[in-house]
Design a binder for this molecule. Structure first.
Ligand SMILES: [Zn+2]
Length: 425
């Protein structure tokens, strides 16, 4: 199937500075085949998309999610992480049925697509139902069954089974191994996850140094920092996605400089739970990839990556007291190509280039709050929001057009999730 996008102003996210050009894009099935001025309109085309008044850029990449947590939006808010988890979330999670996980995940998937995210990196339990929701909504995703000391056997088996099914060339879904966090996984559990990742030739997704309480716990138990704890257990022999990374010392940075993958920065979750500020500027200065993530709804507020971009920028500017410490284009890189590097998908997604997968978002820019467009990148990061995304293409297929989901029922999923919330909360 050949699709031609015309009249497109493309922010390709390829170079070190923003490059915006008006060109046509020819897509062959799932792959970008040509990006040129005035592609011959006489060639046989199955679908033509006129991108007039649109800015086109790579789909956003959300590097840390718990999709099935949409049910917890606003639930017992205004608590710190451990209090919130232990007294609000864990008791309800125990009651979640597989069907609940499906619908909760489905809602997060639709919310992501509607705000321009085309890839996410998810970890939770009951992931077979989340994978079903991801497949049904058309997203691209990396997924992992979250392993803790008290829940190992079934999750290892399911990780193995799904990795065999999905970790193939051209698969939209990739399976990672997930060790939950240093403070919930003892050395034996972590070693098991590292061995499993090596056996399956895949990476590890885990939380790292999210709160000062966790760091203190690890330090008193193992007499080392959590990054050192993971390093000593050879976690960094495999590619990693490390969510949060707030309590990172200079010695930790020396260790993290060598990792494949990177850190997932979740600014809104870190603010809402009063966890702390990740020093993104310092990490990136040291050559460590930093992507952006929302975390699960509840600890964040929405799945809108535009909100994360804005918050990430402002947090760094106030943390360094220097407005140039991070620029709008740096933030856009974190939400696209740098996020792709964190997930090891930089050869497939993250930029608009010939040979890459056609994961493309269309941002409508003839709007009051985006007028005038003195600086396109500044407008996207500081002024735009998820609702400005007009259309979304994933893997060469239009999933949303003119803000209408194609073949996906928003009303049905809201009805289901409201029912689950009424039953459990
Ligand atoms: Zn998380």
């Amino acid at each position: 199937m050949k699709t031609l996008i015309t009249n497109a102003y493309i922010l390709d996210m390829v170079g070190d500075t923003a490059n915006i050009e008006k060109k046509d894009i020819l897509i062959n099935d799932d792959i970008i085949e040509k990006i040129e001025k005035d592609i011959d309109k006489n060639i046989e085309i199955d679908e033509k998309i006129n991108a007039k008044n649109m800015l086109i850029m790579p789909g956003l990449i959300n590097t840390h999610t718990h999709l099935a947590m949409s049910i917890f939006r606003g639930y017992k808010a205004d608590k710190k992480l451990m209090d919130w988890l232990e007294n609000a979330i864990f008791p309800v999670e125990d009651k979640l049925k597989p069907e609940d996980i499906y619908w909760n995940s489905y809602l997060s998937c639709l919310e992501m697509i509607k705000s321009g995210t085309t890839t996410c990196n998810d970890m939770y339990f009951g992931m077979n139902k989340t994978v079903e929701a991801i497949n049904d909504t058309g997203l691209r995703a990396v997924v992992a069954w979250c392993i803790k000391d008290d829940s190992i056997k079934d999750k290892v088996e399911q990780t193995r089974e799904y990795a065999k099914r999905y970790n193939k060339k051209n698969s939209k879904i990739k399976i990672y191994v997930s060790a939950d966090a240093p403070h919930t996984c003892n050395p034996k559990t972590i070693k098991l996850c590292v061995d499993l990742a090596k056996e399956l030739n895949t990476g590890i997704h885990m939380h790292l140094a999210e709160t000062i309480e966790e760091e203190t716990k690890i330090k008193s138990k193992y007499k080392k920092r959590s990054t050192e704890y993971l390093n000593d257990l050879n976690v960094f022999d495999v590619p990693v996605v490390l969510a949060h990374g707030i309590y990172i010392s200079d010695t930790d940075i020396e260790i993290l400089k060598r990792i494949k993958g990177g850190i997932s920065h979740n600014p809104i979750s870190n603010c809402k739970l009063s966890s702390g500020i990740c020093d993104v500027v310092k990490l990136r200065k040291n050559g460590i990839n930093v992507g952006l993530g929302t975390d699960g709804i509840g600890s964040t507020t929405t799945m809108d990556m535009f909100e994360e971009m804005k918050t990430a920028a402002y947090l760094q500017k106030v943390n360094t007291m220097e407005p140039t410490s991070i620029l709008a284009y740096d933030i856009l890189k974190m939400a696209t190509i740098e996020g792709a590097k964190v997930l090891g998908l930089e050869n497939e997604i993250g930029t608009i280039e010939v040979g890459k997968k056609a994961d493309i978002i269309f941002i409508k820019n003839d709007k009051l709050h985006l007028c005038p467009d003195n600086d396109v990148c500044a407008n996207i990061v500081y002024s735009a929001n998820g609702a400005d995304v007009d259309s979304v293409m994933i893997n060469g297929k239009m999933i949303m057009q003119n803000r209408k989901m194609i073949n996906l029922d928003e009303k049905q999923v809201m009805k289901q999730v409201k029912k689950i919330a009424k039953k459990l909360l």
